[in-house]
Design a protein around this ligand. Sequence first.
Ligand SMILES: O=P(O)(O)OC[C@H]1O[C@H](O[C@H]2O[C@H](CO)[C@@H](O)[C@H](O)[C@H]2O)[C@H](O)[C@@H](O)[C@@H]1O
Ligand SMILES: O=c1ccn([C@@H]2O[C@H](COP(=O)(O)OP(=O)(O)O)[C@@H](O)[C@H]2O)c(=O)[nH]1
Length: 811
Amino acid sequence: MSISSPDTCISHNNNNLPNLSNKSNGMRGNKYNCNNSGTPRTRLERLLRERELRKFNKSLNDGETELSNNDSFSPDSFEAFSWFNDEESLETISANGCSTDGCERQDSRTSRERLLVVANRLPVSAVRRGVDSWHLEISVGGLVSALLGVKEFETRWIGWAGVNVPDEIGQRALIKALAEKRCIPVFLDEEIVHQYYNGYCNNILWPLFHYLGLPQEDRLATTRSFQSQFDAYKKANQMFAEVVKEHYVEGDVVWCHDYHLMFLPKCLKERNRKMKVGWFLHTPFPSSEIHRTLPSRSELLRSVLAADLVGFHTYDYARHFVSACTRILGLEGTPEGVEDQGRLTRVAAFPIGIDSDRFIRALELPQVQDHMKELKERFAGRKVMLGVDRLDMIKGIPQKILAFEKFLEENPNWRDKVVLLQIAVPTRTDVPEYQKLTSQVHEIVGRINGRFGTLTAVPIHHLDRSLDFHALCALYAVTDVALVTSLRDGMNLVSYEFVACQASKKGVLILSEFAGAAQSLGAGAILVNPWNVTEVASSIGYALNMPADEREKRHHHNFVHVTTHTSQEWAATFVSELNDTIVEAQLRTRQIPPPLPIEVAVDRYAKSNNRLLILGFNATLTEPVDTLGRKGSQIKEMEPKLRPDLQEPLRKLCDDPKTTIVVLSGSDRSVLDDNFGDYSMWLAAENGMFLRATKGDWMTTMPENLNMEWVDSVKHVFEYFTERTPRSHFELRETSLIWNYKYADVEFGRLQARDLLQHLWTGPISNASLDVVQGSRSIEVRSVGVTKVCIGGITLLLFIQHHRLAYLMLR
Ligand SMILES: O=P(O)(O)OC[C@H]1O[C@H](O[C@H]2O[C@H](CO)[C@@H](O)[C@H](O)[C@H]2O)[C@H](O)[C@@H](O)[C@@H]1O
Ligand SMILES: O=c1ccn([C@@H]2O[C@H](COP(=O)(O)OP(=O)(O)O)[C@@H](O)[C@H]2O)c(=O)[nH]1
């Protein structure tokens, strides 16, 4: 049993106002930083920050406001989302003749930023009552609970209402009923739900992301149906994208949620590049070794990377995601996120929270007090232990019950003094794995109750149903020990809710170390490995016997965390980070040279009689080819060969008496000779160190006294590392040496590069006049001043002057 660990949520830069210069210089705080502590605490702070951002953005866009259209947005008939929060008694909502107090209530805070939440499940599930009549029930699950606590934004929710509606009358009536709750449905037919939701989402991605692998007995069948399920998944994501497009207003923040919608960021950006798109994963993201097994691994990662900001609950999940992108896609992981050809997708940790006030306030309500009284009377003389979970294999319900059995077995004196209440909310009941789990749990509960029950009492009360909010709050409040034994869990909000309701009782939380919540509530909880039944059983004993002062201390730690890291803050931080990310991307784009105005260039070209075209070689005249890196990762590489489709146009240009062509490259002379030897042009090899007209001989521009004595010793170091780094190689050029690890395992290559540099600095080059240049996957050592800019530039300027040429440089 491990008792408490310090809160590991790392704080980050204090970003009450945008500190853009720092960030764009790569000086942000920790890698994949945990953002809670940097959140503007008050609404005023946040407004100031937003105003500052808008002003800043405006200056970038010559007077256009890009960040949000708060001021111009006029409210429509949608009711504020806060009905979920204000209307505590709301268990079910009748869509016909809406029962809530403010269905038509207009939102007075019209300046709030518009947020489109896109999630597979709407916060309400629809039940048909007639041809055009619907009954709406609140959906159960942490995603819904957390997002309902978000009040800062002008929110609309796009998702599936959990029901098949094949007819138009029914669809129209449901659209209308949901509109009153600011919800917009995506209609998925039965076949799509079967293949996309039950199949790809819940039978493949869900177990995989929770380290459970694919279902064992069905492995072959699953593999066979994989492609059709993935096709349905993509199709469903396209359908979500269509609905977003219909309801999107320029400036909206579009926040996509969870593993159901990994394809959505790509679909949205393809439709509108300027849309502000964030994606947040509510489950763990597994180690890249697990993600690698997924046949559609690359496609899914690339689609998510289309978002501007990608968020996870914990630092670990973010790290796993970045590592999957580097190892599987061969992209560059940076402290900010993932980079692909100059475009950055920001990746960060945003630990979710709950609307703690709502729970604390609820405890004062008379109906909750009544519930509490009933429960206390019912279980008088016994300690109450509580489990609240969806009936899902990730929640470790069998493990929990077996540990309780072991505790009763080993502690006969407790048998009539403790009761375990397990709320097991049915979920995904069409998926066979979930059906099997239900029977398994029922069997274990029956056995234990048969074994330890008496005529008047049973040790386990197991409920296959959900409870309404008030009943749940009462239950949390009267509990002595809450037991969360998830085998893996993105966060687990039940543990937060329990803590919020324990201000007077100060009960104990036993929490799985495999729940995201363990990182934030580890200081006060008893952390356990749910697979270790003996450890969990002894933790139960420890918790039941814990003295009051220890309970109080532990509770205090957790209560402070739960009440300060709320769902409101979580959403505000995510959205504000998304806005910052967009501004930063604009700044970065401004540093990139503007694209060539083709029409102007063509016009000038046509009018001039004496032209010089300076062309780069690698990536300008060559073409990328797919190669396989270590472990099968796909890497785009440039072959040092002129693209076949450019041969003809290049020859025409070279043969034009009014045009002089120079290819300026870092490559050595032989590469340029091989590719361009029979064209009529100029070649500048090794960044201009060597120059020749193809009709003549090579000339060198190398300074006469260039010291090359260092080459042999550097070569030794390079050879040493090449031998020890599979798939790396080095090139010996006339004036430089390059060690290249672009085909090697990215992370190992980087480690080796660091060691190599250390060897160089402490050995062969410590006294030499050399430049060491670190490329993204290479290390180059060359004499001081041997660069494309210095040598190539000087050479070319002399060349231009000599020929009295106007010039255009293409790289
Ligand atoms: O919509 P369902 O298929 O019925 O499932 C319910 C939700 O389960 C998952 O919840 C996760 O989100 C919580 C909040 O971030 C987190 O605390 C928990 O650990 C996760 O399991 C799922 O990710 C949601 O999409 C579902 O709606
Ligand atoms: O009878 C119930 C049981 C649970 N919940 C809610 O379901 C959510 C469960 O979220 P958690 O993050 O613990 O796990 P998830 O089910 O999302 O995987 C919590 O907000 C609970 O309040 C509920 O509304 N009624």
